[in-house]
Design a binder for this molecule. Structure first.
Ligand code: SAM
Length: 589
């Protein structure tokens, strides 16, 4: 059972509606039955949000309750935001929610729950504008996928899983460890799930992680990581044997030897990051991952650098050499280099902006890695503090956070915030909750425009933090052209010559895809025109053949063709998966 820490004046919110919604007094009674029945667990409705929130007035401490698994806990603002912008089909929790919706129908298939006639007109217009077929929302019985734990000690063979679940379990060709289940299995009730041998994850999300082509030793950045399904899969792939139990000392040493790469996850929402942290713990992968609460459009912390010294030590030990202990220790702590400014400029959502000091700006020099070298006479203690991770094991928490191209990430995934319209589960939720908040958050024109700006900003910053030759995967669970092909087309035009789209690395992945949409040409032309001449010496702006250089129109043709041929769209009708878009981008040397 999950443990939820309730603090005084936390708000709890039961997001189930109708007959399943629990009244404040009933919830109070249920909470009072828990470990400490004498506590006053009075819950009052929140005046301004009578349907949404209940103010928890005097309960403090841990409360174990299955009910709370269905509640969101936190500041009222977060809770309401979570209600309004609740997203991602990826987490196990979302799977549970859709199961609940199915159950609410008392055996009636979800199609009967969801009527296309009831879709609000703005959403219908949104679908039409983005050429999304509303029929995707009538697809019932999408197959359920699970990922097997890659750790041989904690995994389960498909045959054994089939026996335990009493259903067919079919491995997915080309996607190692993914299996398709026949029928709707309530995962949370199965032993394999409880033991951490299987994890719920939609296939399309798994493909996004495979697109990164994770290799041992990779340093991976996950921008928009919460609630963390992809993050856990990335960390699992990085370890040689998958997950490593965290407890014993011997295993702790073993872990250091096996720490061949790292994962950095960032998200703007503290509440969702907490879920991420719990998920990492459940997957026993917390040692590899540091989490930051940050704005992905401006985050600037490079990959961990102290780990290089550990690798050097391991390498030396294996080749029988002896490292100078003192030097090595110094290096691992980053004592012989100065910390450079950590460029983590949060926006108004919560700010860490730390401008470069004049001292830093004037006196530091960089080596070939772009690493800032120490300057005689400067007291390192007088330098501003580095950004403290929201969560990290000691070794990653104490990283000196050096800057420079040599410390950029090998692989970056930008699983961007979006309208989530590709997720049937998500849209079903609004069907039962009412469409007002969906409209306010996603359909209002200014909201859509700022969402696209956000997506561009996230992708551009992810690209900036990728090392030359590295891979960036951009993905959304929207099927709208504006949030997908248009963003990629804009990006390719803006970074022309510095990035190319690539097909998936593993050609055996054989999931049918839907056709990509033709991007808005004016976006490409505008992006090309906005580039300065020095960025863009080869563009003539005309297409009359008089110049040896390609015209804007010719480049726009190329960009369009690249986007249509190389981006990937998965949808319930073509692919029998949740709706998903992804682009795999290579940063050129
Ligand atoms: C589609 S969800 C990510 C799902 C996640 N990758 C997974 O696999 O579980 C989008 C996330 O983007 C986060 N987000 C929104 N704006 C952000 C920003 N400016 N910077 C970082 N994260 C942001 C949201 O809090 C949300 O958790």
């Amino acid at each position: 059972m999950e443990e939820v820490l309730l603090q005084e004046y936390d708000f709890v919110f039961n997001y189930k509606s109708g007959k399943d919604n629990i009244a404040p007094d009933a919830l109070s009674r249920r909470l009072a039955l828990k470990d400490e029945p004498t506590r006053n667990t009075q819950l009052n409705s929140v005046d301004e949000q009578p349907d949404l929130g209940m103010r928890q007035q005097s309960l403090e401490g841990y409360t174990k309750d299955a009910t709370l698994g269905l509640l969101m806990v936190g500041e009222l603002r977060d809770v309401v935001q979570e209600f309004e912008a609740n997203s991602s089909m990826d987490s196990d929790d979302d799977d549970i929610r859709i199961e609940e919706l199915r159950e609410q129908a008392n055996g009636v298939p979800p199609k009967a729950l969801f009527s296309l006639d009831k879709l609000p007109s703005e959403f219908v217009a949104f679908l039409a504008k983005n050429e999304i077929d509303p029929a995707i929302y009538t697809v019932t019985n999408l197959p359920r996928y699970v990922r097997l734990n890659p750790d041989p000690q904690h995994t389960i063979a498909p045959e054994a899983l089939a026996q335990e679940l009493g259903t067919e379990v079919e491995p997915v060709p080309g996607l190692e460890a993914f299996c398709k289940l026949k029928g709707h299995i309530k995962l949370k009730n199965t032993q394999a799930y409880v033991d951490g041998r299987i994890f719920g994850m939609d296939l399309s999300s798994g493909i996004a992680v495979y697109a990164l082509d994770i290799q041992p030793g990779d340093h991976v950045l996950d921008i928009c990581c919460a609630p963390g399904a992809k993050l856990c899969m990335i960390a699992g792939l990085l370890t040689k044997s998958g997950a490593i139990p965290p407890d014993s000392k011997r295993e702790g040493n073993q872990l250091r030897m096996d720490l061949t790469g790292t994962v950095t996850g960032i998200d703007i929402s503290a509440h969702r990051l907490s879920t991420c942290r719990s998920l990492l713990k459940r997957h026993r992968l917390q040692q590899y991952v540091r989490l930051f609460q940050a704005d992905g459009t401006t985050f600037g912390v490079m990959r961990p650098s102290a780990i290089d010294a550990i690798h050097a030590r391991i390498k030396a030990a294996r080749s029988g050499q002896k490292l100078d202990e003192q030097n090595e220790k110094k290096r691992s702590l980053g004592d012989d280099v100065r910390q450079e400014s950590v460029n983590t400029d949060h926006n108004s959502e919560g700010s860490f902006k730390r401008p470069r000091t004049s001292l830093e700006a004037s006196s530091s020099t960089t080596d070939s890695l772009g690493q800032v070298k120490g300057v005689a006479g400067v007291d390192p203690n007088s330098l501003p503090e580095k950004l403290v991770p929201f969560f990290a094991p000691k070794i990653l928490r104490n990283d000196p956070q050096l800057q420079g191209d040599g410390y950029k990430y090998d692989k970056v995934i930008v699983d961007a915030e979006c309208t989530h319209d590709g997720s049937i589960a998500h849209i079903l939720k609004y069907e039962s909750w009412g469409w007002d908040s969906f409209h306010k958050n996603f359909m209002a024109q200014d909201r859509l425009e700022s969402l696209m700006d956000l997506q561009r900003g996230l992708l551009l910053n992810g690209f900036r933090l990728t090392k030359p030759g590295g891979i960036v995967v951009y993905s959304t669970c929207s099927l709208s052209r504006a949030q997908n092909e248009d963003v990629i087309a804009w990006f390719l035009a803006s970074t022309r010559g510095k990035a190319v789209l690539e097909p998936l690395p593993n050609h055996t992945v054989d999931i049918p895809t839907a056709d990509c949409k033709k991007p808005d040409r004016s976006i490409i032309i505008n992006a090309l025109e906005l580039r300065s001449d020095s960025d863009n010496p080869n563009i003539t702006g005309c297409n009359n053949g008089a110049s040896a250089h390609p015209s804007s129109a010719a480049i726009a043709d190329q960009v369009e063709a690249e986007v249509i041929n190389l981006c990937l769209r998965y949808d319930p009708i073509a692919s029998n998966t949740s709706g998903f878009f992804l682009a795999r981008i290579r940063k050129l040397e």
